[in-house]
Design a protein around this ligand. Structure first.
Ligand code: ZN
Length: 167
């Protein structure tokens, strides 16, 4: 996949807006968390300025990722819907400092870059939005078992088979 690089500081200064989408298949760390690489992640990024003058990005991520339900062990489409505010510091050391001085849980401070990789940013955001323990809101009926699942109640018992053979 072609990397989308932006100058994050200019993007904020010019209050630019950009949006697009990535296939889950193009986001390897996200694909590794998913049952399969189907699905897309749509994103929109808005440049701006924090109340104290720091460059700031607003990122929204939506889309679907296929996850395995931990309750019924069938895959389902998890709806991504996350928004975050990212305040840019000049570098990692600056980010730690700024994070401490802003002391604001509602935003994240990250190191900005003149060659900021949007795929990484979107992938990080999507990963953070994944549930720790993925589950359907309501699991499908147990009768609707995953195709190919063996129904143990109806499978012939090996002992029954043995009995028939002895007869
Ligand atoms: Zn389920």
């Amino acid at each position: 996949m072609e990397a989308i690089l932006i100058d994050a500081f200019e993007f904020c200064r010019l209050a630019e807006v950009r949006e697009g989408e990535f296939a889950v298949a193009d986001l390897p760390r996200l694909a590794a968390e998913a049952v399969n690489a189907k699905g897309t992640v749509r994103w929109s990024l808005t440049g701006g300025r924090h109340a104290l003058g720091h460059p700031q990005l607003a990122l929204a991520v939506t889309g679907t990722v296929q996850l395995m339900c931990q309750r019924c062990l069938t895959p389902y489409a998890f709806e991504l819907d996350a928004e975050s505010v990212l305040v840019l510091a000049q570098d990692d050391a600056g980010a730690d400092e700024l994070e401490a001085s802003l002391d604001d849980e509602s935003l994240e401070v990250i190191a900005g870059s003149r060659q900021f990789n949007l795929a990484d940013l979107v992938e990080d955001e999507a990963l953070l939005a994944l549930p720790v323990s993925p589950r359907h809101d309501v699991c499908p009926e147990q009768s609707g078992k995953a195709a190919g699942a063996v129904d143990l109640d109806k499978a012939p018992s090996p002992f029954g088979v043995l009995k028939d053979w002895k007869r």
